[in-house]
Design a protein around this ligand. Structure first.
Ligand code: SF4
Length: 433
């Protein structure tokens, strides 16, 4: 009898990639493969890749090089690459002739069809392995793939193609299955999640998805990301405010605080439009949190334009800012422009926003000191239980009881910019299980 095949899955990148990796693992385990963290023990090596920045691309190329001897040492071992690294497949086949297959981002069907063939060709007789995917408290569910925008710096939209929204009943089916396996929170994912449904002709919107998912029995929390200021609608804001299980933790990517830079990024909104949205969000969900993304050192970004981003961060007072120093990605429009902000200057701008944001986040979080918050516990870290508030803030507490997957009431006794510590008071009322 053949032994169980093992797979080694290496994943980097955004939440969409994490969700894809999870689905790939489920596909493989439903076929009887067992996971291994040791590439030498694996029959199938699979890399789920990201090229959003040069550093990510370097990691992928490094990983491919390091796995090459393993692949070439065994004809029976397969090596496949999926994700945003996979652009021009013909060129990749030439450059990485030792790789057996390439799949575009989220192309699970392609992977499954290739596995069907590979297993037959290589007589990979599988015995039924026990799925080893541990139930997770907080899960991610893609609601749409791809993006119809063409932000001039973005490689993701080029690699992931046009937007394809999934039917609502399929999304709800996924959520029900995850809840049945123990999930209590789902994050609905789209490159531009607010544009959900624009490619369908049935009038479906993200607000409708939220309503449908909100009705799933046993689900405690729903989140969604990433929001685009161009498509965010008043209907969506009202829906979040109205549905108690939808967390008011907004991920609204601004990218720059300067209108000219936004125009050259082809973002399709102005700073005034963004500020107006923030205003509406804060009126509708006063206890919510707003996170954003900012790029510094975009081609042609002057000192004054950078200062406009600083001002936006200072005045908006975000809960969290994901800051990236611009790096040109081949194939994008902005890569044809001079990358004229020197690396040292990009780093100075990145650190300046980081320091400003650290101070702001510290101040915002310190207002929670002494308050009691609901924390959905999703794991343990350094001897403490770890979970998140409705506003997606990280909270730790010590307890000898088993809190995994439960909703705890925690009184906050220490707050910092990135996390908080508290004392558990007991289970939060109103959450069964
Ligand atoms: S909205 Fe812009 S940055 Fe976001 S995925 Fe689409 S093209 Fe890329």
């Amino acid at each position: 009898m053949a032994s169980t095949r093992r797979y080694y899955l290496w994943n980097i990148g955004c939440q969409m990639n994490q969700a894809d990796a999870r689905r790939v693992a489920e596909e493989l385990e439903s076929r009887g493969y067992a996971a291994t963290t040791t590439p030498e023990r694996a029959d199938l090596l699979l890399l789920n890749t990201c090229v959003v920045r040069q550093s990510a691309q370097d990691k992928v190329q490094g990983r491919l090089s390091s796995l090459r001897p393993l692949k070439e040492g065994s004809r029976e071992r397969a090596l496949a690459v999926m994700g945003c690294f996979v652009g021009d497949i013909e060129a990749l086949r030439r450059d990485y002739s030792y790789v057996d297959a390439f799949f575009r981002p989220s192309d699970l069907e392609g992977l499954a069809a290739w596995l069907d063939r590979w297993e037959v060709e290589h007589r990979w007789g599988l015995v039924g392995g026990e799925p080893s995917t541990a139930p997770q408290v907080a899960e991610m569910v893609p609601v749409s793939y791809g993006c119809d925008h063409r932000c001039t710096y973005c490689i993701v939209a080029l690699r992931r193609g046009a937007q394809r929204s999934r039917p609502i009943d399929e999304i709800v089916g996924d959520v029900e299955a995850l809840v049945a396996r123990g999930a209590r929170e789902v994050t609905l994912l789209g490159q531009n999640v607010d544009a959900y449904g624009l490619d369908l002709d049935n009038g479906a919107s993200l607000a409708a998805v939220l309503r449908a998912v909100h009705a799933v029995d046993g689900l405690w929390r729903v989140r969604f990301l990433t929001s685009h200021p161009r498509e965010m609608s008043p209907e969506l804001i009202d829906t979040v405010a109205e549905l108690p299980r939808v967390c008011p933790s907004w991920e609204l990517a601004v990218q720059s605080g300067d209108d000219d830079v936004l125009r050259r990024m082809a973002r399709g909104y102005t700073v005034a439009r963004f500020n107006d949205l923030v205003q509406r969000i804060r009126v509708a969900t006063p206890d919510g949190s707003i996170n954003t993304d900012v790029i510094v050192g975009f081609p042609g970004e002057s000192e004054a334009q950078f200062e406009n981003s600083m001002r936006l961060v200072r005045e908006t007072r975000f809960d969290l800012v994901h800051i990236a120093a611009y790096s040109p990605r081949p194939g994008t429009v902005s890569a044809t422009w001079p990358d004229d902000v020197p690396p040292d200057e990009k780093e100075r701008r990145r650190l300046a926003i980081e320091a400003l944001q650290e101070q702001i986040a510290g101040e915002i979080n310190s207002q929670l000191l002494g308050q009691t918050v609901e924390v959905l516990v999703d794991g343990r870290q350094r001897g403490r239980w770890r979970g998140r508030t409705r506003t997606n803030k990280l909270v730790f507490f010590a307890s000898d009881d088993d809190w995994l997957g439960r909703m705890a009431l925690v009184r906050l006794e220490w707050t910092g910019p990135w996390s908080m510590l508290g004392q558990v008071l007991g289970p939060a009322p109103g959450y069964a299980g």
